[in-house]
Design a protein around this ligand. Sequence first.
Ligand SMILES: [Zn+2]
Ligand SMILES: [Zn+2]
Ligand SMILES: [Zn+2]
Ligand SMILES: [Zn+2]
Length: 157
Amino acid sequence: MTRKKKKRDITTGSQAKSKNQPHCGLCGKTTNLTKTECCGNWICDDEDQYVLFSYARNSCYRNHRRYTLCGYHHAEGHAGDWKDCPQCKEDIEMEMYVYYGTNEYNFEKLKNPPAYEPTKCSKCGAVIVLSEDRYSTRGRECWCEECTNAELPYFTH
Ligand SMILES: [Zn+2]
Ligand SMILES: [Zn+2]
Ligand SMILES: [Zn+2]
Ligand SMILES: [Zn+2]
């Protein structure tokens, strides 16, 4: 068996086609797509499914626009690439900056997210995860949900 000659390597058209089929870069869906304004990636055109004030995070389009540095950077009209934009870093609390740059709503994540001090409740010292927990702020203070509820009577009604 000395059939080591050259193989024909013409990629079939159908193969290339299915590979390049547009799909949402976040969830992989292939229907009802649009392109993001900020970075031109395919994404679900699902913002109209969002229920106002529900705080649901089920819209790929909205999640990318609202919860990523890419979306923020674009909305604020910053120059250059969001990954090395000094203005984004300055504007956003470091913990949220890292979250916005590394969460699952990104097509491309921040490679070397900066280290940050965890946010702690100014009253009881409990660590508050800004991206997940409920909390309230008063000036420079940050209060966890429990302390907020204990202090504000209308929360407990
Ligand atoms: Zn999607
Ligand atoms: Zn984007
Ligand atoms: Zn920016
Ligand atoms: Zn507290």
